[in-house]
Design a protein around this ligand. Structure first.
Ligand code: XMP
Length: 318
């Protein structure tokens, strides 16, 4: 019978004999899959696992710092690479969703390739691919593996992609990955994180991207997600986030007329991201969250809640 414990034991043994003394590079995304894959490899080969966590500047507020610290606390050999400026440069002036995705994928590969070159004699590329990813090419979990997969047919292969590939979670479903992580003592909060798209906030800022828009959306998102946790709603929601609309509307603040940005909040229930229903969040929660966003986040004077299901709407707006 399959148990998380037996899976861990068998997989660690297999990884040990397969990898021996070889060095392995792995891109961490902050998500469940890459984190659990890293822990398994860490158990098997320790310091020979070289993890790379890239800040594309489009992560949630404080995420790069907090998650990097968490990884270090788990004993992982991880290098944080802040490439925010490189990503923002590549995105400047782009407003088409697919062009934004392509630019992010391209820069990610460049940054990852540069970093992989720093590791002498690396032989393997580890990925947190899970069973549903094998079937589908765009992973709902996002992150490096998804980015790499959806771009590996473009042009010549970057050097790191000529490495041998090891994918310890390839036969597992998401809930099994979570159970494997839990059996290795991984943090519940890390294992229960909502999926987050590889291109991050770039596809939640409709239209072109600037550092200021990223900052505004990070603040709004932090209030929304913070409140979901505070009011114990986070775990009953499959995915949630805020979207910065390319819309200004009129408001009043004291005696002043304002003309500022509108944000949409989205929270969905789903099992696999293929279909989704909007979540019936309590009015009181929405009221508090809206007030807090408008009071705290300069540049936003209106909040709306997305009540569209997938299909026909998608979870992301881009
Ligand atoms: P949609 O918007 O298609 O999203 O309903 C379904 C799931 O996929 C995630 N998503 C992405 N993940 N790269 C990713 O790694 C992407 O370009 C991407 N687009 C959407 C989305 O967050 C949801 O979980």
């Amino acid at each position: 019978d399959w148990t998380p414990q037996s899976f861990v034991e068998e997989t660690v043994d297999e990884l040990k004999s397969k990898l021996g003394n070889d060095k392995v590079v792995l891109g961490l995304s902050g998500g469940v899959d890459s984190s659990v894959a890293a822990m398994l490899l860490h158990k098997a080969i320790g310091k020979n696992l070289y993890c790379i966590f890239v800040n594309n500047g489009l992560l949630r507020k404080n995420e790069f710092h907090d998650v990097l610290e968490q990884y270090k606390g788990m004993g992982l050999n991880v290098k944080g690479v802040d490439a925010s400026a490189r990503f923002l440069d590549a995105l400047a002036g782009l407003s088409d969703p697919e062009q934004k995705r392509k630019a992010i994928g391209r820069v990610f590969i460049e940054v990852f390739d540069d970093e992989a070159h720093e590791i002498t004699d690396v032989k393997w590329l580890a990925q947190g691919t899970i069973y549903p990813d094998v079937i589908e090419s765009v992973s709902a979990t996002g992150g490096p593996s998804a980015t790499i997969k959806s771009h590996h047919n473009v042009g010549g292969l970057p050097d790191f992609m000529k490495l041998k590939v090891v994918e310890p979670l390839k036969a597992l479903f998401k809930d099994e990955v979570r159970r494997v992580g839990a059996s290795m003592g991984m943090d519940k909060a890390l294992l229960g994180r909502h999926p987050f798209p590889g291109p991050g906030l770039a596809i939640r800022i409709l239209g072109d991207i600037t550092a200021e828009k990223v900052r505004i959306l990070q603040e709004v998102d932090a209030v929304f997600i913070g409140n979901l946790k505070k009011y114990d709603l986070y775990d009953s929601v499959w995915q949630a986030g805020a979207i910065l609309l390319p819309v200004n509307s009129v408001g009043v603040m004291g005696d002043e007329r304002t003309y500022e940005k509108c944000v949409a909040l989205r929270a969905v229930e789903s099992t696999d991201g293929m279909t989704a229903d909007w979540v019936n969040l309590p009015y009181e929660f929405l009221q508090k969250t809206s007030n807090e966003i408008i009071n705290k986040v300069k540049g936003v004077n209106r909040v709306v809640y997305d009540i569209s299901s997938k299909p026909p709407a998608t979870i992301e707006w881009e």
